[in-house]
Design a protein around this ligand. Structure first.
Ligand SMILES: *Cc1c(COP(=O)(O)O)cnc(C)c1O
Length: 376
């Protein structure tokens, strides 16, 4: 058999303003190009410890058990559920978009008994409905919700929701894939017991790593399990032999060495900027984009008070061909924006301002390109 005549892949340069990945700064890509070393090398171990410290800062937590799972945000999600939900556990799951629906699916697959709290797509989770669910299911063991619903651009009141769960003695599992680094996430102050995020959204790293954090109460639940965790790869008890064996790490799986260099660099950049400054930058660029979009006659899907700065969902204007317009944005302007997902498919565009993509040049380029594409 002849070798296929294929040469190196040279990706086009794009401006990434969809729901992730976001623009990855050159500095992070350069960090990833540094020499690969062994995953048990003591120098690599030092970098792992620094990464954990940097992640505690990003999550605003003192949780010892804070580290990046080897896998995309979805693996961080599964890690939380397979470890913290046992068969027959009642779990209150909030669904106000695609990712809440995935949490629900995870509860089912772990053998849990879901109690669904539904809210409209484009709205925050209603704390009153969560309270009512706990009143009618006082034995629920956990509450699961998405802080920043990327499918709609709505942000929920995590502090209020976690407060309700705590009152009923339930654990809180929070998806902060799109919020981490973009809007305030305060794990300890809010009393969140377990949370997972992603590398490719507001941290502006490449996809494929999922920072997670677990508090004391989550660890107690883990210790009290009556059944073994059904996933070997995601069993925290096993993973931790590698991630928390200070001085003596044992092989679990081969860590993705170079992607971890990239995450380390992304987190160093976040610490240099200061997390409050990063939150403020997302807010400022959102305000600028909002003015531009409204100037073009585009309407936001989410009410202002519940809107995420880093994910702007706008209704598709009547008469515009969704796929053709986005194809033109990509072809003529090298600009990627997101299509609608789930029930909003074909109805909205999702314009991301995540991480390094949340900058003035991107906002200006996006508004200009949309203007050209929407011109009659
Ligand atoms: C992107 C995203 C995920 C999944 O992350 P992947 O890295 O694509 O697996 C989960 N939840 C939310 C809210 C997201 O935006």
């Amino acid at each position: 058999m002849h070798a296929p005549r294929i040469s190196s892949f040279l990706p086009p340069r794009r401006i990434l303003m969809g729901p992730g990945p976001s623009d990855v700064p050159r500095r992070i890509l350069e960090a990833m190009a540094r020499p690969t070393i062994g995953h048990l090398d003591p120098a690599f171990g030092d970098m792992m410890e620094q990464t954990k410290a940097l992640l505690r800062y990003a999550f605003q937590t003192q949780n010892e058990l804070t580290f990046p799972v080897s896998g995309p945000g979805s693996v961080g999600m599964e890690t939380c559920f397979v470890n913290l939900v046992e068969p027959d556990d009642e779990v209150i799951v909030c669904v106000n978009g695609v990712f809440g629906g995935r949490m629900l699916e995870n509860v089912r697959r772990c053998g849990g008994v879901p109690v669904v709290v539904e809210d409209a797509w484009g709205r925050a989770v209603d704390p009153d409905k969560v309270e009512a669910a706990f009143t009618s299911h006082p034995n629920a063991r956990a509450l699961a919700f998405v802080h920043a619903e990327t499918s709609t651009g709505a942000q929920s009141d995590a502090a209020a929701l976690a407060g309700i769960a705590r009152k009923y003695g339930a654990l809180t599992i929070m998806d902060c894939v799109t919020s981490l680094g973009g809007t305030p996430v305060r794990i300890d102050q809010w009393g969140i017991d377990a949370a997972y995020a992603g590398s490719q959204k507001c941290l502006s790293c490449t996809p494929g790593l999922s920072p997670v954090t677990f508090g004391e109460r989550a660890i107690e639940k883990l210790r009290a399990r009556k059944t073994p965790v059904r996933s070997w790869f995601m069993d925290l008890g096993l993973v931790l032999g590698y991630w928390s064996g200070t001085g003596k790490r044992t092989y679990h799986h081969t860590a993705p060495i170079n992607p971890l260099y990239g995450l380390h660099e992304a987190l160093v950049m976040l610490a240099e900027e200061g997390i409050e400054a990063a939150w403020a930058r997302h807010r400022t660029q959102h305000e600028a984009l909002k003015m531009g979009l409204e100037g073009l006659g585009l309407r936001f899907v989410v009410p202002e008070a519940e809107r995420l700065p880093q994910l702007n969902a706008v209704a598709l204007p009547a008469g515009v061909d969704d796929a053709a317009a986005r194809a033109r944005l990509l072809r003529e302007f090298n600009l990627e924006i997101g299509a609608g997902l789930g029930v909003l498919a074909g109805k909205v565009w999702r314009i991301g301002l995540m991480g390094a993509s949340a900058r003035r040049e991107n906002v200006a380029a996006c508004v200009q390109a949309l203007k050209a594409v929407l011109a009659p």
